[in-house]
Design a protein around this ligand. Structure first.
Ligand code: ZN
Length: 321
């Protein structure tokens, strides 16, 4: 394979090729894009759990998609991508703060998973592993703000098909997205995605307003054809600089990169938050959770355990009556 003329982009910002969101624009086709490549962040999140391979694979794709979608939004707070279905994987949650903190977890039924894996799930993992259900997008910007939520059925063979379906259904901007995730030769998880979106009218330059609809369609088709050629290695391999990949794929579309930003694996749980949750439950219910003399609460996202002995429970609720 020749990769002649793979030079970095002229406007190449500070290089960062792993755990990164790289925003870019295609000037010729008037599209904006995001490339995400996750390495240690994804590996750290998944290594806190011992999910079976197919569950880890689906969650890796979901977390990667969440970071990509979040990067295309303007928000201050938390973006959440969630799946709920009647298949072996009941639930997946991935959330990303506007500061770039990423976390995620999955809930699954071990027996149902074993049964599902007897069939070939590779070609269509969503119906096989998630079943019928929905995909929800939520933006939470804190108290006193309206929570945005979008929901679409789990319609598609793969996770990125479901996300594309969401954009088609919800009359939003035309969107193309491709995701890949997998284990490296060294056994570490990685994920990568590229997303292309039409610029909203107000952001489009004079080129777009002068363009005939047929030109816009041509631009879109050309860019989608290029996007469809992206290989798993191109989005995943940290040895390939992100800007080189974008140049390789889109140089004819006059690709321009903006400042990248980093992502990190960080949970938002704390002992104080667990205390707040316990306080909201009836004391008798909490007492029933006691094992070996203490209530043990584990964070689903990061598996951190918070233990409360009798004295600490008493400190929360006051002396037992
Ligand atoms: Zn946590």
């Amino acid at each position: 394979m020749t990769t002649a003329a793979v030079s970095t982009l002229e406007s190449s910002p500070v290089a960062r090729d792993i755990d990164v969101v790289q925003p870019f624009q295609l000037d010729r086709s008037n599209l904006r894009g995001r490339m995400v490549r996750l390495g240690p962040v994804l590996d750290e999140i998944l290594s806190r759990h011992a999910y079976p391979g197919p569950v880890a694979q689906m969650l890796a794709e979901t977390i990667t998609l969440a970071t990509t979608l979040a990067a295309a939004l303007k928000y201050e707070g938390v973006f959440t991508l969630q799946t709920k279905g009647d298949g072996p994987i009941k639930l997946m949650v991935a959330d990303v703060t506007s500061a770039g903190a990423v976390r995620g977890y999955a809930q699954f039924d071990e027996d149902a998973l074993k049964a599902a894996l007897t069939a070939d799930v590779e070609a269509a993992p969503v119906p096989a592993l998630l079943g019928k259900g929905y995909l929800a997008f939520t933006v939470d910007q804190g108290e006193h703000t309206q929570r945005y939520q979008g929901i679409v059925g789990l319609d598609g063979a793969r996770m990125d098909d479901c996300v594309r379906h969401y954009f088609t259904q919800s009359e939003q901007l035309a969107t193309g997205i491709v995701v890949h995730a997998g284990l490296s030769d060294g056994g570490a998880w990685g994920g990568g995605a590229i997303m292309l979106q039409a610029l909203p009218d107000e952001d489009a330059g004079s080129v777009a307003s002068d363009a005939k609809p047929s030109d816009l369609e041509d631009d879109w088709r050309r860019a989608m054809a290029l996007l469809s050629t992206v290989t798993p290695d191109e989005v995943l391999d940290p040895a390939l600089p992100v800007n080189d990949v974008l140049y390789r794929l889109f140089h004819e579309e006059e690709v321009r990169a903006y400042d990248p930003h980093g992502l990190n694996a960080q949970c938002r749980c704390s002992r104080e938050r667990v205390v707040t949750v316990l306080r909201s439950l009836p004391r008798e219910e909490v007492a029933e959770l006691k094992v070996d003399g203490a209530v043990d609460v584990a964070c689903e996202f990061c598996s951190t355990h918070y233990r409360f002995d009798d004295a600490e429970i008493e400190a929360i609720y006051g002396p037992a009556s």
